[in-house]
Design a protein around this ligand. Structure first.
Ligand code: BGC
Length: 758
């Protein structure tokens, strides 16, 4: 039976929180979505998610520089999803880490678009080849959590094309995901789910033929969204009620959505079946951690630790690790390992004391115990970093500080025994200059999932030699960051005045000293690079190099390829990553490695033709095992276009970067747009941001009334009450309805009437 227009409209909204609506001609099939990217977050109901393996976070996996590893893990996740009757994994998340404080950085790969794009491609292939659908997210620029529902990221076309669209281009063109999730935020004054321009791009230019799914509660104007190219609004809402008498206007869009949704459900939908937990992949997860850990410092070769050495292990994180973050990625783990239990497998003589409590606080008692514990030991392993679940979705971190108690405890240990190895656990960069002073050795695990402790023990004991490299810069402090001066000023407009100078592109160019640069990392072995060859074909740059393990340890190493162009007519970073591989080499073994790079990766934005082009002329190719050890280079020439050289005279401040001020007046010369998105409202309605209530008449009364409703709902759970109140501050009411647990429309109507006086 043919579907009526109303049936078709009904398909464009979720059936509930996770399921899609299914056309009547596919009766019996069901299609369930489920969160990732750390594992299968299968919700039974609002209060319970079934246990499943919590794999290392993308922040951790990106540091492996190992595409195959990311593929394998996602294949395992995809298989598990299938076992449980789940069709779509809402993963990978690939937003560029522009903002060091972004609460969701642990869910994303990198500050670099090629690293992020290629890791995303591997994750997508892993999921898709297991038979699950990938949903790459959040398209586009969702990297500021505090105001993600309202903020317009105002960004120039050069940065947009060379950085923020580039990783999505690689992921979508090469990874071929079956679906894309549109982000909550606006870009240049337009909600992505309402932007024909941004939704057309993957379909028309990158070969995307799948489904656009909105982020949860992310559709504001449903009609415009459907007309612009969105297929499915998630989760269920009543927005379609207002569209039933506008079906004629929507007929063309509904043809498209019905076709896309039907094709999707035919391919990925399941008949109802018994769900099954299998949970394979715990060994893979610990192998992944060991291969992602980064060795940042190794003075006097303090690492690895020998089996018979006498060791003091300090830090509450060794009992309760910082293995994952808060939010939609949070899976219920099977069994979170503790370093305290794992290290004794590999090292005979260990004494443990927590040193600080679960909140990162210390006191005289803890400090006394530290004294007893570290005395007479050959080495001290001190675990510190971020507190578990203090980084997460919905808000940015307030700062990059390590809890003070951890540092006081570290200083105490150091005052008695200076042979300190610090093991860092965190979702994103911390200020570690003090840590560097105290530690002879530093290892960084990021958030390594439930098997993190096993991976850490393998590396500490030298069973695996570290081969991770930083996928983002660790600046000395947030004050040094290129976004410092325009962070969090306005909840509606965020001018990305630093343009392309994101992460290392800024620190290199402005010559800012950082704690550790992008691409940095040491090993227990050494590698020699020789015989670099470079060839340009019609579509690719092909580099070949011989890599030999000349150290004492058999291990993997990344091989990184950068380019640099000194005489460019456009502004560029000092160098940029264009490709990488990872290879395992036994002692004395050598291999010839080939890295092929699509020439598209080398393109830059031409302000004149408004297109991505190859710039004519000479380039330098740099290769090595870390960004600070690019031991070989070669010059090559590209035939392309000569860019207009007037740009240098027009915006010299983007060619010669002095500091991180990036004034709006300069930015306006590369951003010829008059955008000033005003999200504030004069009255209270579904789009009013909660924090703004108080600027409206009777706003305080309305705010307190809503707080009362929350207190009533979560009576007895003070922590939940506090968290809910904090979470909703930057939420518009349409989102509060989706997430706060308050489902009854009456309370919202009451709030609106208090303010609007109706
Ligand atoms: C997050 C998405 C997630 C979705 C469903 C949203 O709040 O931004 O990443 O997939 O919720 O849980």
């Amino acid at each position: 039976m043919a579907l009526s227009s109303k049936d078709k409209l009904n398909l464009t909204v979720g059936k509930d929180n996770w399921f899609l609506n299914v056309p009547s001609n596919l009766k019996g099939k069901r299609l369930r979505t489920c969160d990732g990217p750390l594992g299968v977050r299968e919700e039974k109901d609002y209060t319970y998610t079934y246990p499943s393996i919590c794999f290392p976070s993308p922040a951790s996996l990106a540091s492996s520089f190992d595409k195959k590893l990311v593929y394998d893990i996602n294949k395992e996740i995809g298989k598990e999803a299938k076992n449980r009757g789940i069709s779509v994994m809402l993963s990978p998340g690939i937003n560029i880490k522009r903002n060091t404080l972004c609460g969701r950085n642990f869910e994303y790969f990198s500050e670099d678009p090629v690293l992020s794009g290629l890791m995303a491609k591997s994750a997508i292939r892993g999921l898709e080849e297991s038979g699950s659908a990938a949903c790459v997210k959040h398209y586009l620029l969702n990297n500021f959590e505090n105001s993600r529902f309202n903020i317009s990221h105002n960004v120039d076309d050069k940065a947009l094309n060379e950085i923020y669209l580039k990783n999505f281009m690689i992921a979508i063109k090469e990874g071929k995901p079956s679906s894309i999730m549109t982000s909550y935020n606006l870009v240049n004054g337009k909600y992505i789910s309402e932007s024909k321009e941004f939704l057309d791009l993957p379909r028309n230019k990158w070969g995307f033929s799948g489904l656009y799914i909105s982020d949860w509660g992310g559709v504001r104007d449903k009609k415009t969204a459907l007309l612009s190219g969105l297929d499915v609004e998630m989760p269920h809402s009543n927005k379609n009620d207002e569209l039933v008498d506008q079906l004629d206007d929507l007929s063309e869009s509904l043809e498209r959505t019905t076709k896309n949704i039907t094709k999707f459900i035919k391919k990925y939908g399941y008949r109802e079946k018994e769900r099954k937990d299998v949970n394979n992949g715990r060994d893979l997860a610990s192998y992944a951690v060991a291969n992602s850990i980064i060795l940042l410092k190794n003075e006097e070769n303090i690492l690895p630790i020998g089996k018979p050495e006498k060791i003091a292990l300090i830090g509450h994180l060794a009992e309760e690790p910082c293995y994952a973050g808060y939010g939609s990625s949070q899976v219920t783990p099977i069994n979170v390992l503790r370093l305290k239990d794992r290290l004794i497998k590999y090292i005979d003589n260990i004494s443990y004391t927590p040193g600080y409590d679960k909140d990162g606080k210390t006191n005289d008692k803890f400090l006394e115990k530290i004294e007893e514990c570290v005395k007479g030991k050959e080495k001290v392993v001190f675990v510190l970093g971020a507190l578990p679940f203090h980084e997460g979705e919905g808000w940015d971190r307030g700062n990059m500080e390590i809890p003070r108690g951890m540092l006081v405890a570290l200083a105490k240990a150091y005052s008695i025994n200076p042979n300190i190895i610090v093991l860092l656990e965190a979702g994103s960069p911390l200020e570690i200059e003090d840590v560097k002073k105290y530690a002879k050795g530093i290892l960084l695990s990021y958030m390594g999932g439930e098997m993190m402790a096993e991976g850490e023990a393998l590396v500490l004991s030298g069973k695996v030699s570290p081969s991770g490299r930083l996928a983002e810069t660790w600046p000395k402090s947030f004050k040094d960051s290129p976004i410092y001066y325009n962070y969090n000023r306005d909840i509606y407009n965020l001018y990305q005045t630093e343009s392309i100078y994101v992460g290392y592109r800024y620190y290199d160019k402005a010559k800012i000293d950082v704690s550790y640069p992008f691409g940095y990392g040491l090993s227990y072995s050494k590698f020699l690079f020789t015989k670099l060859k470079c060839r340009i074909s019609k579509k690719e740059l092909i580099a070949k190099v011989t890599v030999k393990n000349i150290g004492d340890v058999s291990q993997s190493t990344p091989i990184m390829l950068y380019i640099s162009k000194e005489d460019s007519n456009t502004f560029r970073p000092i160098k940029e990553l264009i490709g990488f591989e990872k290879v395992f080499l036994n002692k004395n073994e050598k291999k010839r490695i080939k890295i092929s790079v699509p020439l598209d990766y080398l393109k830059v934005y031409d302000f004149d033709t408004k297109d991505m082009v190859l710039e004519d002329g000479e380039y330098i190719l740099l290769i090595g095992d870390s960004s600070v050890n690019l031991s070989l280079n070669k010059t090559f020439t590209l035939k392309g276009v000569t860019l207009n050289k007037d740009l240098k005279a027009k915006v010299p401040e983007y060619f010669y970067i002095k500091d991180n001020k990036f004034p709006l007046s300069s930015f306006k010369r590369i951003f010829d747009n008059d955008i000033n998105h005003d999200g504030s409202s004069k009255k209270a309605d579904w789009n009013t941001v909660f924090k703004n209530l108080t600027s409206l008449p009777n706003g305080r009364l309305a705010r307190d009334t809503f707080y009362k409703a929350i207190e009533e709902l979560y009576k007895g759970d003070d922590e939940r009450i506090e968290r809910s109140k904090r979470d909703i501050q930057y939420f518009p009411f349409r989102i509060i309805k989706t997430f706060s647990g308050i489902q009854n429309d009456e309370i919202f109507k009451l709030i609106f009437s208090i303010v609007n006086g109706e």
